[in-house]
Design a protein around this ligand. Structure first.
Ligand code: CA
Length: 412
């Protein structure tokens, strides 16, 4: 598959959630193939009757199931959101305009001041920089303002009983029921966004079970309430678990020299800062490239858009949500909260995003032309980008790996 879907302990997290104020990043659809669009089966009572023995076998008590599932109803709004996410896509510049808006930067700077003491404590304990925590908080819930008001159990029952990724959502439902059974939150207070992500930083239930922490020591891991302490600390624990390097950047904007070999772009190719500098890659606005270890040149809007040198911390944020646009938004919002400047390069705003149908057609035609796009699921991930680069090289156009309408039109 062309998508960057990760697997492993607590890796599939927050992929479906997202701040309710914020539309999905352009590749968040990446988890959904076109064939996986929800089809509601209708009879929730029958589904629950079949689910109960599986839940009891997993250790959920009959009393808990009675309490949580007796009056649960399917949520048409959840079905609708799910369908939209599958079909919807937009460009990275449209996404960044909203994700890193002036309002969100200013609100982040206020939160930075207000939560100074809390962030000192979390940074000291987990070794995760405050700006990345603030940025995730800002993107996922507008700094706690919009944590989602959809009952999590109802959302997950809806998604688990529909055809799309039912097994995944059933596991998340079991995790949600386990959280309720352990008493960290009352059933009525377990709310979140449409796809089961909960609280200030939109944890999926399985990630909560694996990594949430009781930072204030009151005996409950509370990511839902007004106080963001446990949620921000849990997010720090999550990033620490995946290897966050304190003090290192996520990446920096760079400029590329005339004649740059675009086949060197993409996440698969790593060099040191010194090596990139020798090749003429320079920090936008001047100064040395950060010496952050193996790093890659990323062109999320193609050769006509901004270029970034991305560091290992970029890949840590990917565990939270693997869409390049999301990771860049988190990194850039964090920089802006600390007073950094805007992205300097222009974006190719005359280009439009490909539709799902066009992305599938692109992958299909690449594969037919002998360039392995890793399937035709509509997910534009590193494999598809590599196939585009190879095709572009074969027809002597700039091999930037960007899935544009132009590439689609040039394919036989
Ligand atoms: Ca607590």
């Amino acid at each position: 598959m062309g998508g960057k879907v990760r697997s492993g302990v607590a890796a599939v997290v927050l992929l479906f959630g997202g701040g309710p104020l914020l539309a999905e990043p352009p590749t968040r659809h990446a988890l959904h193939g076109p064939q996986e669009i929800s089809v509601m089966t209708g009879d929730v009572a029958a589904w629950i009757a079949a689910f109960r023995p599986r839940a009891e076998a997993a250790g959920i008590t009959a009393a808990m199931l009675d309490a949580a599932l007796t009056d649960v109803a399917l949520r048409p709004d959840v079905v609708e959101k799910d369908r939209n996410q599958t079909e919807f896509t937009r460009t990275i510049w449209d996404y960044l305009d909203k994700a890193v808006s002036d309002d969100r930067i200013v609100a982040g700077q206020k939160a930075l001041k207000k939560r100074d003491h809390l962030l000192d404590g979390i940074e000291a304990k987990y070794g995760v920089d405050r700006q990345v925590l603030l940025a995730i908080w800002g993107l996922e819930s507008s700094y706690g303002v919009v944590r989602g008001d959809i009952p999590t159990v109802a959302a997950l029952v809806t998604l688990a009983s529909s055809t799309r990724r039912g097994a995944y959502f059933e596991r998340e439902l079991l995790a949600a029921l386990r959280i309720l059974q352990e008493g960290d939150v009352a059933p009525a207070a377990m709310k979140g966004s449409w796809a089961g992500a909960m609280g200030h930083t939109q944890f999926m239930p399985s990630s909560y079970l694996a990594l949430a922490v009781d930072f204030d020591g009151d005996g409950r891991r509370d990511i839902w309430g007004d106080d963001p302490g446990d949620a921000l600390a849990s997010t720090a624990a999550f990033l620490a678990r995946y290897g966050w390097r304190k003090g290192a950047p996520w990446g920096v904007e760079v400029t590329l020299p005339a004649g740059f070999d675009y086949r060197l772009s993409g996440e698969k190719i790593h060099h040191s800062a010194a090596e990139w500098q020798t090749m003429g890659v320079a920090r936008a606005g001047g100064g040395d490239l950060p010496d952050c270890g193996p790093s890659s040149v990323l062109l999320p809007g193609g050769a006509r858009g901004a270029a970034f040198l991305i560091c290992p911390n970029f890949h840590v944020i990917e565990h939270y949500n693997p869409a390049d646009a999301y990771v860049i938004a988190v990194g850039h919002l964090g920089d802006r909260i600390l007073g950094g400047g805007p992205i300097q390069a222009a974006w190719p705003r005359d280009l439009r995003a490909l539709t799902l149908e066009e992305r599938v057609a692109l992958q299909h035609r690449l594969t037919l032309a002998g360039f392995d796009a890793g399937g035709a699921d509509g997910r534009i991930g590193p494999l598809t980008q590599a196939a585009i680069r190879a095709f572009q090289t074969s027809i002597s156009v700039v091999p930037d790996g960007y899935a544009s309408l132009d590439v689609l039109k040039r394919l036989p």
